[in-house]
Ligand binder design. Structure first.
Ligand SMILES: [Zn+2]
Length: 235
């Protein structure tokens, strides 16, 4: 197959470039950076929910406190009326007494609710503060990692560029139609060209039909029927 040797040289350089790029993406710092970024993204939503919950709790506490004030005011007003009421009238005294009991029970209930809410609010505020500290720490780590990853990229840039230039130089020597085929197969396979070993495709290990073997010997471009890789016969 004419151009096959050039294509193989190109493939070697192309794969080398891919590996350099992949190594860069797979560096510890890059991986950690991606994790921290994900954590920060998630925390954004959690923080919003938590802040809304605390705000709601504060409003509930305010409402409880308002009701509490109202009942206490009523209690005092009723107490003033009671002081001028005729205490000889037992029915009136009993009525006041029932009313005071009711109000006292309500006030006690509001007070309990208030204490409960304050308790929960304090807990939520502590959680919120902890979360803010964690987020601030993650942000700091993110910024530091970003600098490191950028340094790694800068250090690798020269090597990457050299590998790219070499691959481009070798690609230029490959016949255009062959290069096109290579790039098409590359979408599915990191190594688009596979050697024929015996009568098997070394890419997928499938036995090639006689017709493919004959075409290969006649220097035709043959794809593996099974995996689609471009095949070549070693010389
Ligand atoms: Zn195959």
């Amino acid at each position: 197959m004419s151009g096959m040797n050039e294509l193989l040289s190109y493939q070697e350089a192309d794969v080398r470039f891919d590996k350099l790029e992949a190594a860069l993406r797979a560096s510890q710092n890059s991986k950690r950076l991606a994790k921290v970024r994900q954590f920060l993204e998630e925390q954004k939503g959690v923080l919003q929910k938590m802040t809304a919950s605390v705000e709601g709790r504060r409003q509930a506490i305010q409402a409880t406190s308002d009701r509490f004030d109202l009942y206490e005011k009523r209690y005092q007003e009723t107490m003033e009326k009671y002081q001028t009421a005729n205490k000889e009238d037992l029915e009136t005294v009993a009525k006041y007494s029932r009313y005071f009991d009711q109000l006292a029970a309500r006030i006690a209930s509001e007070r309990r609710e208030f204490a409960q809410f304050v308790n929960v609010l304090e807990k939520e505020e502590r959680q919120l503060a902890d979360m803010r500290i964690k987020i601030a720490k993650a942000r700091k780590e993110y910024d530091e990692l970003k600098v490191k990853v950028e340094e790694e990229r800068a250090a690798a840039k020269e090597e990457l560029e050299a590998a790219k230039a070499e691959a481009d130089r070798l690609a230029a020597a490959v016949p255009a139609n062959l290069l096109e085929e290579y790039r098409r197969v590359k979408r599915n396979h990191t190594m688009p060209v596979a050697e024929v070993q015996g009568s098997k495709c070394s890419g997928c290990n499938m036995e090639l039909p006689a017709v493919s073997m004959r075409k290969l010997k006649e220097q035709e471009l043959v794809e593996c029927d099974n995996c689609g890789r471009l095949l070549y016969l070693p010389q």
